[in-house]
Design a protein around this ligand. Structure first.
Ligand SMILES: Nc1ncnc2c1ncn2[C@@H]1O[C@H](COP(=O)(O)OP(=O)(O)O)[C@@H](O)[C@H]1O
Ligand SMILES: [Mg+2]
Length: 334
């Protein structure tokens, strides 16, 4: 059935309170999304459709008010996890750590009965696009928790004293609402400290943040991330239960990532060959190449992803990186 007809049926069945009709149309829509290889969306819709019958389902992610700054800006974003662990390819040591953390969280009552607590304050370090945020989301998905994202840079206020208050509100929220609290740009705390004219304010804020995290109660997991590990001093790292490094993937893992991203379509490429060609790329860049090759294949109405599509996508990525690096590539015109 055409997409527009399905949407019409959804609306009509809702207006007529025809639950069976609504479910039937929704199931067809999910199947259609799955056929289009929109697996994450299809899974999410399916979960929504099934959870709707549980008592209390359909409520917002939380009834607690999202904390706001003095000028009424929300200090964090509360979302559902956007990634699952099986959707990521992680270095084996990272995967082992993540599995351990998830299993400790699930067994936290056993640990607590022995006076122990699960590792629940993590700092993820590494270049942009290496999967730090995606891993935080995947941990949340494993633990069935929402993700509360706050950027340290956005919490930093020009009003003296507001920065610590903002961070306190965010931590307080996470104490009351079980979530994965994703603190992006954690290095901001270290960065400002070295700046001239900083009258010790950032140093005090950093000390406050670390103390708040150390004293934090409740069942949330804190995941801080930083693209600039050199700016986070060792005194800070020591306050976290785990420090996890992210980087480029090895050949085997890059090849697995290529297979994973192309799996929904027929493909005639050799993933390992492409993993070698893309050796300098971050996982996010490898993903970009795969999605670009998929788009080119679908639009050219080709039956399978081939080397030509991958080559064009790779070329496009290099142009894009050149532009980002401020290099204007001269396309020969003579
Ligand atoms: N290790 C990985 N495995 C699979 N996909 C990845 C991986 N790392 C990054 N990605 C993809 O790239 C996107 C950007 O990565 P992200 O987690 O935001 O990077 P970071 O937070 O380290 O800057 C993710 O949404 C994900 O789709
Ligand atoms: Mg990130």
């Amino acid at each position: 059935m055409a997409h527009s007809d399905l949407i019409r049926r959804l609306f009509a069945s809702h207006i007529q309170s025809d639950d069976a009709g609504f479910r039937h149309a929704a199931s067809e829509l999910i199947a259609e999304e799955r056929r289009k290889n929109h697996r994450l969306l299809a899974d999410e819709l399916e979960r929504e459709l099934n959870s709707e019958q549980r008592p209390g389902a359909g409520l917002a992610l939380t009834l607690k008010a999202i904390p706001k700054s003095r000028d009424e800006r929300p200090l964090l974003r509360l979302t559902k996890p956007r990634h699952e662990l099986d959707d990521l390819v992680l270095a084996s040591n990272v995967r082992t750590l993540v599995d351990e953390i998830v299993s400790e969280f699930r067994s936290r009552s056993i640990l607590t009965s022995h006076g122990l607590r699960p590792r629940s304050r993590l700092i993820l370090l590494g270049a942009p696009g290496t999967g730090k945020s995606a891993t935080a989301h995947a941990i949340a998905a494993e633990l069935s928790l929402p993700v509360a994202t706050a950027s340290l840079a956005a919490l930093t206020s020009s009003f003296l004293g507001d920065t610590a208050r903002n961070i306190e509100s965010v931590v307080h929220f996470a104490e009351q609402t079980p979530c994965v609290l994703l603190l992006d740009e954690f290095d901001v705390l270290g960065q400002e400290r070295s700046q001239a004219g900083d009258h010790g304010e950032m140093r005090r804020v950093a000390a406050t943040v670390l103390q708040l995290l150390e004293d934090m109660q409740g069942e949330s997991v804190v995941v801080a991330t930083s693209n600039h590990p050199q700016l986070v001093d060792t005194a800070v790292w020591r306050r976290f239960d785990e420090v996890i490094g992210f980087g480029k993937l090895g050949q085997k893992q890059s090849s697995d990532l290529i297979k994973l991203r192309l799996r929904a379509h027929r493909s005639e490429i050799t993933p390992l060959t492409w993993a070698k060609k893309l050796a300098d790329c971050t996982p996010a860049e490898i993903e970009l190449v795969c999605f670009d090759a998929l788009r080119r294949t679908v639009l050219a109405d080709k039956p399978a992803v081939d080397n030509e599509a991958m080559t064009s996508a790779w070329q496009r990525l290099r142009e894009r990186l050149d532009t980002l690096a401020g290099v204007v590539t001269n396309v020969g015109s003579d």
